[in-house]
Design a protein around this ligand. Structure first.
Ligand code: PXG
Length: 463
């Protein structure tokens, strides 16, 4: 039995609230309520210490693409740890799993992307992006071309640079962010911010906010634009089809680097290896993490295009950046075993041609529910916008987030893990989810919507 199961739940909960500061948590409120202690996972299922089973609609936290309990990953890590648990990649040293992983990633990435800088997480990847982007332009003789444009409501991590690139106002309000040299433009969130424009018109408008910002700052000051192909934590914001082509045009016109944050969209989530493949984006840098190891061990990286690699390698000068765990051999072994599963089980094509369309059809049908203003999904990443007055897109619930939280709690009680962002429900299940499990997920989501709707009706919060 795993060590987490050796203690009674009440004891664990008490120690949890005495000592454990959880991420993104109101510590006091959690201490009063007590946390759920998760003890086991198998496929798309998670079990807590009270024996409750949940269908994990969030793949851990957008990461367990191959599902839980893949012993091939555990075995690969076990073997690697016995042989060489750790060694660094500094001082002219390297290790076999990291080398083989770099080679594998170059093979999977778009053709013009052939190098990778490894790190421990998505946040570290985006910190590396800031370093790389500025290093690149300095080497090109343009050290003042250093501003990075990002988007409101983007999520790029929780380190100082990651949170600064991100456009989450509550995060910025704690700790003096954004750091200098990072500015934000509107997001392509048609449902929430599209006003009277059609999605196509709004997509162009949102992209042109980038051009406007570049003109305002001056092309000689702007180093890069960073964006998630589909915003994840911001509420699964799927941009209108007109958005990415326009962004591409603008980046080329003004010669600014395009950075795709693939931390959520990478490794099959959209039915392609990368969100950039899905949208036909040609990024200069790509941040990766999460699905790289399916979360079995922490690992991230920045994939570097030939354009950037030629400059940073060609100069023959040290890049003063790196982490103890850059190219960690045990994590790299986990990543290799994970990618092998994705390839051998054909999970990327499965999302594109089989489970993706199968699931999307039912998910989009939830858009008919009286509580749902819009249902959207690409590959296996989707959202439901909960609204108080269905025909209206502009009318929102008072106290944004309360209804989302209520619905999320009801969902947990129904044995389905969905995540709430504002008042929308988010889903990003493991890519191995079967048809029967997809049906079960939809059944539980429908029950959750019905119960949430009834509760709101009782309070007079829906029309
Ligand atoms: N980029 C993107 C697009 C992400 O989604 C990160 C970077 C940072 O990765 P690390 O490994 O440093 O966490 C993320 C992480 C949520 C939630 O509530 C989402 C993330 C992390 C924590 C919570 O949806 N995404």
């Amino acid at each position: 039995m795993a060590s987490s199961n050796l203690y009674p739940t009440a004891e664990l909960r008490a120690a949890d609230s005495r000592h454990y500061l959880h991420p993104f948590t109101d510590f006091k409120a959690l201490a009063a309520e007590g946390s759920r202690v998760m003890v086991r996972g198998e496929g798309v299922w998670i079990e807590d210490s009270d024996g409750n089973r949940y269908l994990d609609g969030m793949a851990g936290l957008w990461c367990t693409n191959v599902g839980y309990g893949q012993t091939a990953i555990a075995d690969a890590v076990h073997e690697q740890m016995k042989e060489l648990a750790f060694y660094n990649s500094f001082f002219k040293t390297s290790n076999a799993p990291a080398i083989r992983l770099a080679e594998k990633l170059a093979q999977l990435a778009p053709a013009h992307v052939n190098h990778v800088f490894f790190c421990g997480s998505g946040s570290e990847a985006n910190d590396t992006v800031v370093r790389l982007v500025r290093h690149y332009w300095a080497l090109k003789g343009k050290p003042t071309k250093d501003i990075i444009i990002a988007r409101h409501n983007a999520y790029h991590g929780s380190t100082m640079a990651g949170a600064s690139l991100g456009g989450m106002k509550p995060m910025h309000s704690q700790g003096g962010m954004p750091i200098p040299g990072i500015v934000h433009i509107p997001q392509p969130y048609w449902f929430g911010e599209g006003g009277d424009m059609t999605p196509a018109e709004f997509g162009v408008w949102a992209a042109q906010q980038l051009e406007k910002k570049i003109e305002e700052l001056g092309e000689n000051r702007v180093a890069a634009f960073i964006a998630e192909p589909i915003q994840g934590a911001g509420g699964v914001i799927i941009p209108p089809e007109t958005y990415w082509p326009e962004i591409k045009r603008i980046c080329e016109k003004y010669d600014i680097l395009l950075v795709a944050d693939e931390v959520i969209c990478g490794f099959g989530r959209t039915g392609r290896w990368f969100g950039s493949d899905y949208y036909g984006i040609k990024p200069d840098l790509m941040s990766i993490a999460k699905g790289l190891t399916s979360g079995y061990l922490p690992m991230g990286g920045v994939m570097v295009s030939d354009r950037v690699a030629d400059v940073i390698i060609g100069i023959g000068e040290e890049f003063y950046h790196g982490y103890t765990y850059s190219g960690h051999p045990s994590c790299a072994a986990a990543a290799l075993a994970n990618l092998k599963i994705i390839e051998e089980q054909g999970l990327v094509d499965r999302v594109a041609d089989d489970i993706g369309p199968y699931f999307q059809k039912q998910w989009l049908a939830l858009g008919e529910h009286p509580l749902v203003g819009e249902a959207r999904m690409v590959g296996l990443i989707g959202a439901l916008e909960l609204v108080p007055n269905k025909p209206s897109r502009s009318e929102k619930f008072a106290n944004t987030g309360n209804v989302g939280t209520l619905c999320r709690d009801i969902s947990f009680n129904n044995g389905l893990i969905m995540r709430a962002t504002r008042d929308s429900m988010i889903i990003s299940p493991p890519l191995v989810i079967t048809h029967a499990e997809a049906d079960e997920l939809i059944k539980r989501a429908t029950k959750t919507l019905d119960e949430t709707y009834s509760a709101l009706k009782k309070d007079g919060r829906v029309h």
